[in-house]
Design a protein around this ligand. Structure first.
Ligand SMILES: [Zn+2]
Ligand SMILES: [Zn+2]
Length: 253
């Protein structure tokens, strides 16, 4: 099984990074998973997708939702190229549903309505999708955000984005095989990180060590950083299993 990084920036796209989205094409025989729908979601247009696309939402901030408006073209290309309909099911909490359905897909903002199913979830109440166990934790972030943990029979994946690096969610990610975790700022911006509800290098190292994950991919980078963001603060020396995700990266999990 693999995960693909559709977008690895926070806030806004850059020449090399689109905003946040992670794709799990073969999460189950008939189901693909999309974790957040930032601008990188356009990379799914024309892809051969299974019968169902499950979209798991961390929260409604634009860098995680703007690309949801591209679902119309993603579904249209399935019909044209594969001659089949794509079933799309959203999973997220009630306030994210309100913001996405009521504000993003509002005719004043986007011309077509939200027309898919929304499975409303509550933080810390586990559920199952296509045989995959899913659990969540509420993360400290302006407006709140959900961290996810996915457990298959023989592997597990944590997805934590848009959060201050507190220990509140460490129990969710403890023991995951692969952890995808945000790191928006270098340590020198610790105050801004706390204010905006984001992680510094120090926070990433803390969460990575707490998880014990054998593979850690950092993402949601500040898009104005043009070099490898993890060279800042010497993160590689402190967290040897970490990689800095780039758009288009595929990881076996
Ligand atoms: Zn974000
Ligand atoms: Zn956010």
């Amino acid at each position: 099984m693999r995960v693909e990084f559709l977008g690895t920036a926070g806030y806004h796209p850059s020449e090399t990074r689109h905003t946040t989205g992670v794709f799990v094409p073969d999460a189950a025989p008939d189901d693909a998973f999309l974790l957040d729908g930032g601008s990188g979601t356009f990379r799914l247009i024309g892809r051969d997708l299974p019968a169902r696309l499950n979209v798991f939402m961390s929260h409604a901030h634009l860098d995680h939702t703007f690309g949801l408006t591209f679902l119309y073209n993603i579904a249209a290309m399935q019909r044209i190229m594969r001659e089949r309909d794509l079933e799309i099911i959203f999973h997220g909490d009630a306030k994210t549903c309100d913001a996405v359905c009521g504000s993003l897909f509002n005719p004043l903002v986007f011309p077509l309505p939200f027309q898919w199913q929304w499975h409303e979830i509550e933080a810390a109440k586990p559920f199952e999708v296509a045989g995959v166990r899913v659990n969540t934790a509420l993360l400290p972030h302006p407006g709140g955000s959900l961290g996810y943990r996915f457990d298959w029979e023989n592997r597990s994946l944590g997805f934590v984005t848009d959060t201050s690096g507190t220990a509140d969610y460490f129990s969710l990610i403890e023991g995951v095989d692969t952890l995808i975790h945000e790191r928006n700022f270098p340590n020198e911006f610790a105050e801004l990180a706390l204010q905006s509800g984001h992680c510094t290098s120090r926070d990433l190292v803390g969460a990575g060590r707490a998880s014990g994950a054998r593979q850690i991919a950092a993402m949601h980078f500040n898009p104005i950083t043009l070099t490898d963001p993890l060279q800042e603060d010497d993160v590689y020396a402190q967290l040897p299993d970490v990689i800095a995700a780039v758009d288009g990266l595929t990881l076996e999990i």
